[in-house]
Every structure is written in structure tokens, then in C-alpha cells.
Write a protein of this length. Sequence first.
Length: 245
Amino acid sequence: MHEAIQFPPSQGGAGWVSHIALMTTHETIKEIKAQFRLFMNGAVSQSMREKGLDYKLNFGIELPRLKEISLKYEKNHSLAGELWKENIRECKILATLLQPVETFLPEIADIWVEDIRHQEMAEIASMNLFQHLPYASTKAFQWIADEREFFQVCGFLTLARLFMKGNYLNERAENEFLDQAVAALTDEKESHRPAQAALTALRMYVRLGKSQAQATLKATLTLGSCDNRHGVSIHQQLEEEISYS
């Protein structure tokens, strides 16, 4: 439906190093958890819990360390799926790093997003996995039109990542993106996460060029002329983004 975004050839897979080929998925997860315990950061874990990251377990391990751990294993669909099912922050992050894009079907992507409860995980999944999917643009447009909070968040964050890679939209897709972004920015729901994600996507979009910047300013013009301080602030931020790009 939205194949206006052009993707460069895949660069993943070739550099992955096999760990222990004969280990079962259960044994591998057990080994991974043992490594989590070695690198646990109690202070960070406690801080995250206080901020509402209510996982069953949270080791507080920083992202670069988790990236290092993931490099010990081949990308594996079954392993990633089992890791994602764990209500453990680090298991879910590792799942986004170990899931092969080739076997990550669109319906599975929906299931994963439905399971996301925190902003950090939405950002990580969009960065590590969603932006690399061959159907990323189509799925992102479906998500931003969804009424569920984290579907919208992941949709806008995935589009932001695609824009950062220099991918463009055709006119039809551009109009839909801008309409959905403005709708998210003017939504009066209690959660502001979709609006923040939409603003992130808009900021990345205006960086693509003069045409994209002009279309964005035109679409958000009402935000800058309304009495709402928040709307005026958003329009000003976009103008500043354009002046610096």
C-alpha cells in the first residue's frame, strides 16, 4: 500500500558469529540470563523501576553491553521469539537484536507491538528491528492510523528512522503521514507519547529537503496560529529544525 519508501540492499547477516550450534533454545536463554546477572546494575535497575518500568525482572544493563552480548549469538527466530515472551527488559532488548528480518512476518510484528508497554522498548524495537523490515513503511503507516498508543508510537518512530536513512515519501504517502502526525499532535488524550513520536518523525522529515519542509510547515500551520501554547511551541520547533538543517 505504501511502497513509496525505497530501501537500500540489506547489509545484515554476514558478520554474525556462531556461538554453540548444538545448544537448545532453553539452554541458550539460561546462558544469556547468567550473563545478565554478571552485568547487573542495581542502581540503574532501581531508577528504572521508580520511573515506571515494571518488568518482572530488570537488570539495568546498558545498551552497548547488551549489544556485545548479542554478538555472541547467531540471529535466530525461535530464540528471539522466546526471549521476547520473557517479561524481562534485557531479554526483550536482545530479542530485537537477534530476530532475523526474513522470518519476522507482519502479523508477528503486530503481536510484538501489542506487547510493548514502555517508551524505551518502543524506541529500541524501532531502531533495532522495525526500521529494517522489508515492509517497514507499509506497517508503519498502518500503525500510525491505529488508535492504540504504542502502535502509533512505533509507527512514527519507525518512519523517523526511515527518514533518517534518507528515504522519501510520494505525494499520497506524504499527505497521509502529515495528516496523521497533526492528528496525533492535536489529540487531547492523557498520554503524550504518540504526539512526541509524531514530532520526532516530523523533525526528521523536514531534514530531507526544501519540499518536505514546506509541506510540513503548511500542514502544521494551524498549530502555529492557534491559541494553544503547545501547538505554537511545536510549530516553532519545526521552524528551528528547518533553519538548522
